[in-house]
Design a protein around this ligand. Structure first.
Ligand SMILES: Nc1ncnc2c1ncn2[C@@H]1O[C@H](COP(=O)(O)OP(=O)(O)OP(=O)(O)O)[C@@H](O)[C@H]1O
Ligand SMILES: [Mg+2]
Length: 245
């Protein structure tokens, strides 16, 4: 699915967060959003997911304007939001329950548990899993939605650096199978370089996109990533520009 965002506006009261924000994501493209804390990254995803109503602007999916974005986006919010009293299987099949296709979704979830590193965890409760496993469970729940575009808000932000690296490797290997359009919000420059086709760097609230960076490399390894010192430095410089304004 192709996403076009045109002149999106959003304010909390008088606090303007998104001002005439426009960008596009191609079908199957992986785009990351970087930017300082509080610049409006989660707000943007909440607006796209239909949780917050924009003050103006247009959203087009495959060229057609959408009013009700529900069903288009699978949203993984900043917190894993697993219910502690539900088993992993019941957590990941929540949408199936809501949309009355629980049995079909349970069968699909059981089939996918291994791919998500959760084999044998179906009857466990979230507090019996590690942080990385919980994130994978939340991600499995996201992928079980019938949606063409994934919105991921710092999915690995709460994990230690080693687990985060493992999760990034895992997501990278999964991406070609998923064949989805992905918008990832992250604070981790390396994560953005490693996983994205394109990086959008947001500026201060209301400023919009400060810079867009295309990443061409097809064969990405950790060694390739470690050698991206110049790109990493450039991204940091662009994000930090605000501090000198
Ligand atoms: N519910 C709310 N009511 C009023 N202001 C809010 C609300 N939620 C967020 N804000 C403000 O809007 C701005 C953008 O918040 P947002 O959560 O989108 O930032 P972010 O870029 O996701 O930050 P982080 O990287 O820390 O997650 C911040 O200044 C925040 O204080
Ligand atoms: Mg946020």
């Amino acid at each position: 699915m192709r996403l076009q965002v045109e002149k999106l506006n959003f304010s909390y009261g008088t606090n303007r967060i998104l001002k005439d924000l426009s960008f596009q994501i191609k079908d199957g493209e992986f785009v990351s959003i970087l930017g300082p804390s509080g610049c409006g990254k989660s707000t943007l995803l909440n607006v796209l997911a239909g949780i917050l109503k924009p003050d103006g602007g247009k959203l087009l999916i495959d060229g057609r304007a959408v009013q009700e974005p529900c069903g288009t986006f699978a949203y993984m919010p900043q917190e894993d939001l697993l219910f502690p009293w539900r088993t992993i299987l019941d957590n990941v099949c929540l949408y199936g329950e809501i949309h009355h296709c629980k049995e079909a979704m349970r069968a699909e979830a059981l089939q996918k548990l291994e791919q998500f590193g959760l084999a044998g965890c179906e009857d466990k409760y979230p507090d019996e899993l590690s942080g990385g496993m919980r994130q994978r469970a939340a991600f499995l729940r996201t992928t079980l939605c019938e949606a063409g575009i994934y919105l991921l808000d710092e999915p690995f932000g709460a994990l230690d650096v080693i687990t985060r690296g493992d999760m990034q490797d895992w997501l990278q290997s999964l991406c070609s199978d998923l064949k989805k359009t992905i918008l990832l919000v992250t604070h981790d420059t390396d994560e953005a370089i490693y996983l994205s086709d394109r990086i959008l760097i947001l500026g201060e609230p209301g400023e919009g996109i400060r810079k867009e960076i295309q990443i061409q490399e097809k064969d990405r390894t950790r060694e390739w990533l470690y050698a991206q010192g110049e790109l990493r430095a450039e991204i940091h410089r662009i994000i930090k520009e605000k501090e000198t304004r």
